[in-house]
Design a protein around this ligand. Sequence first.
Ligand SMILES: Cc1cc2nc3c(=O)[nH]c(=O)nc-3n(C[C@H](O)[C@H](O)[C@H](O)COP(=O)(O)OP(=O)(O)OC[C@H]3O[C@@H](n4cnc5c(N)ncnc54)[C@H](O)[C@@H]3O)c2cc1C
Length: 357
Amino acid sequence: MNTAVFGPLAWSVLQTTPRIAPFRSPHATELETSAPQAQAAYTERDDVRETLNVFYQALPYLIPCRWCRASCTRFVECISAYKWLQRPPRLTRGGTEYWMYLVHNLVNQKLDKRWYTDKALVYDGAVWASRDAYLCALLEWLTVVLCDLPIGLLAVPPREHATEGVAFVSVDVARAALEQWARDVVAPRAHWLDEAQRDGVALMHVVNAHVAHAHARMHRADVRADQRYETQRGVVSERAWTRVAWAMLYIEHLARLLRMAPDDSGAPLGSARLPLVVEQPLADTWRRKRHALADALHAWIAERPETFLTRDAAQRALHDARATVFPNTCPPFAQACSVVQAHYNPPAPAPPTVVGQ
Ligand SMILES: Cc1cc2nc3c(=O)[nH]c(=O)nc-3n(C[C@H](O)[C@H](O)[C@H](O)COP(=O)(O)OP(=O)(O)OC[C@H]3O[C@@H](n4cnc5c(N)ncnc54)[C@H](O)[C@@H]3O)c2cc1C
C-alpha cells in the first residue's frame, strides 16, 4: 500500500467530516451550522456522538496498511477516543477536530515528520473546501478501504489449512452470518454505545466483543449445518471477519451521518483543498446528493450484505452507490478500479542523479 497516496486522501476525509456533522452553533441555537469557524459548535445528541465515534474508532481496523493499523490502535488509545469523543455529554466540533489533529501529529511523529503546534495553520490545508469534493474523496476512500479488506473469504482454501486446524465455513453459513450482522448494524439505535457508556469503555471494545461473538456463532452454526450437502467452503478468520464487520458498521454510520448533515448556507468547509482528482460537481444540491448516497449505502448494507463475500461484488456495490450520486460523471467500473490502483502501487523510485552534467 502506498501511504503517500492513500494517507492524504484519508486525512482529508477524516478532517473534513466534523464540518459536515450536525453540530449546533452556540450563537444561533435554533440553527445548525457547518461553517468551519464555528469551533464551539456542539452536539448533545447521542446518535451524533455514536456515529462520530464509530467513524473514528473504526480507523485501527480499516486503514489499508497493516503497520498503520497497529500504530493507530495505540494512538487512538493514547489520545483516548473514549475520554474526548465518547464520554463528554457535550461534544464540540473544535474538540473533535483537535483530537484528529493530535492523532495526525502522533503519526507525523512516528514518521519523523514535523510536530505541528498550530492547528489553525495546518488543519484547513487538509480539509476539502467543497461538499462535492468531500463526497468524491469519501467515495474514493471507501473504495480504497474495500480493496484492502481481506474478503474473497470463501475462495476454496488450500488443502493444507485443514491440517493446521483452521476452521472452515460453508458459503451459506457465512452469508447468514453477514445477514445477521447487517441486521445488528442497521438497528436504529445501537445498544453498543449505551453498553460502552455504562461500562466506561471505548465503543471499539464493545463492538469488538460483538464481532467476536458473531464470529464464534458463525462457526457454531457451521458445525450444526447439515453436512450431507456438499457446499463450497472457505476460511473466515477472526481477523478477516473483524475488518469486514467494522467496514459494514462504518458504511452504515456514514449513511447516518450524511442523512444528519445540515443543509447550511453553503459556506466553504475549509479554505484549501488537497490536490486530489475529483469529478466535476453537478449543479445539484448538497441535500439531494447526500441523501442519495446515504440511501444507496444503507440499502447496500441492509439488503445486500452478501456482497461482502467477494471483493469484486463489494466494489461493484460501492460503484453502484457512486453512480447513483454522480450519474453523469461516474467512470466505468474498470476505470474506477484502476484509479484505486495508484493507492497500491509502490512509489516510483527517484530518478538517478547524473553526475557531471
Ligand atoms: C490514520 C492514519 C495512520 C497512518 N499511519 C501511517 C504509518 O504508520 N506509517 C506510514 O508510513 N504512513 C502512515 N499514514 C500515512 C501518513 O500519515 C501520510 O499521509 C503520508 O506519509 C503522506 O504524508 P504527507 O507528507 O503527504 O502529509 P499527510 O501527513 O498526509 O498530511 C496531509 C496534509 O495535512 C496537513 N497536516 C499535517 N499534519 C497535520 C496535523 N497534525 N493536523 C492537521 N493537518 C495536518 C498538512 O497540510 C499536510 O500537507 C497514516 C495515515 C492515516 C490516515
